[in-house]
Design a binder for this molecule. Structure first.
Ligand SMILES: [Mg+2]
Length: 273
C-alpha cells in the first residue's frame, strides 16, 4: 500500500470538507467534550468524518486513535493504526487566524516511535507536509531541509505557553531568545521547523497529546531536524487520545543543545536518533 498516496488523498478530502465551514456559524457549534478533553466543535467532527470516509474508500482497515471520537475500529481486520487530530488549531480556525492544520499518521503498532507515514495539512494555505519512514519529508512534494541557524540571537523559536505554569527554567530560556513565537497549532509549527521556516519549537508543559504530534514527529525526523523530550531522551509513548509528551525540537544539533542548556537540561543528552 502506498501510504503517501493514501494520505495525500485523505488530506485533500479534509481540506474540501473544512473549506465551506470556514465562515459558517455552524462550524463552532459545540457537542460536548472530545476524547482528548477539549470541547468538540462541529468543524472538528466534520474533519474527522472526512478522514475516516477517505481512508475507508481507499480500502484501509484501521484502528482510529482520534482526539475527537477516541479509539474506533474500521474494517474487518484492522492492520494499521491511524492517529489523528482532525483539526489542530480549532480556535485559530474559528476566529480566522490563518494557522490551523489537520494531522494524520499511519503506524503498524500504536506507538509514537513507530509511525510509518504522516501528513500535516495546512488548512488555510495550499501547503501539505508529508513524510514516510526512510523516504524523507516533503512540502508539496519538494524535499524539506531544516535550518542551519544555531544561535539564540538569530533563531526564531516557538514556545507553547498555553496554560503554562511559569517556571524558572522557562523564564531563563525566554530571556535568551530574541524571536519567540506561539502560533497555536503545534503539528504545523513542528513542520515549520522541518522546513526551516522556524528554527526551533519547544513544549515543555507535558500536556501535548500524542494525537497532535504523531504525524509531525515523522516530518521532523525525516527532515533531519532534531526532536527529543525535554530531558534529551528519544520521544516514545503509546499512541492514545490522552497520552501526552513534552519536547524540544530544533533544526540542528547545535541549536538543540543551546536550547537544552538554557533550559537547564544536561547538554550531554543522549543521541536523539
Ligand atoms: Mg483538535
Amino acid at each position: 500500500m502506498d501510504f503517501l498516496e493514501v494520505l495525500n488523498e485523505t488530506a485533500e478530502r479534509v481540506k474540501k470538507a473544512v473549506k465551506p465551514l470556514l465562515k459558517s456559524p455552524i462550524a463552532s457549534r459545540t457537542y460536548g467534550v472530545g476524547a482528548g478533553g477539549d470541547s468538540q466543535k462541529h468543524i472538528d467532527l466534520e474533519a474527522e468524518k472526512a478522514i475516516v470516509d477517505a481512508l475507508q474508500e481507499q480500502r484501509l482497515d484501521f484502528t482510529l486513535i482520534s482526539e475527537e471520537t477516541g479509539i474506533q475500529r474500521y474494517g474487518r481486520t484492522p492492520k494499521y493504526y491511524v492517529t489523528t487530530d482532525p483539526i489542530d488549531g480549532t480556535t485559530n480556525l474559528l476566529r480566522g487566524i490563518p494557522f490551523a492544520c489537520s494531522s494524520i499518521a499511519i503506524s503498524v503498532t500504536p506507538q509514537l516511535d513507530n509511525i510509518e507515514a504522516g501528513v500535516v495539512v495546512d488548512l488555510f494555505h495550499n501547503t501539505t507536509y508529508l513524510a514516510q519512514r526512510g523516504r524523507g519529508a516533503f512540502r508539496n512534494s519538494e524535499k524539506v531541509n531544516p535550518t542551519q541557524v544555531d544561535n539564540l540571537d538569530d533563531a526564531v523559536v516557538g514556545v507553547d505557553i498555553n496554560s503554562c505554569e511559569a517556571s524558572q527554567k522557562l523564564a531563563k530560556l525566554l530571556a535568551q531568545i530574541k524571536h519567540v513565537r506561539h502560533l497555536g497549532a503545534n503539528a504545523l509549527e513542528l513542520c515549520y521547523v522541518a522546513d526551516g521556516t522556524m528554527d526551533g519549537f519547544i513544549d515543555i508543559r507535558g500536556k501535548l497529546r500524542t494525537t497532535d504530534i504523531a504525524a509531525a514527529i515523522l516530518v521532523i525526523q525525516e527532515s533531519g531536524a532534531i526532536i527529543t523530550t525535554s530531558k534529551g531522551a528519544p520521544l516514545s509513548s503509546p499512541l492514545s487520545p490522552t497520552a501526552t509528551v513534552d519536547f524540544i525540537a530544533a533544526g540542528n544539533k547545535r541549536l538543540h543543545r543551546r536550547i537544552s542548556t538554557a533550559l537547564g537540561t544536561d547538554p550531554r543528552h543522549v543521541d536523539p536518533h
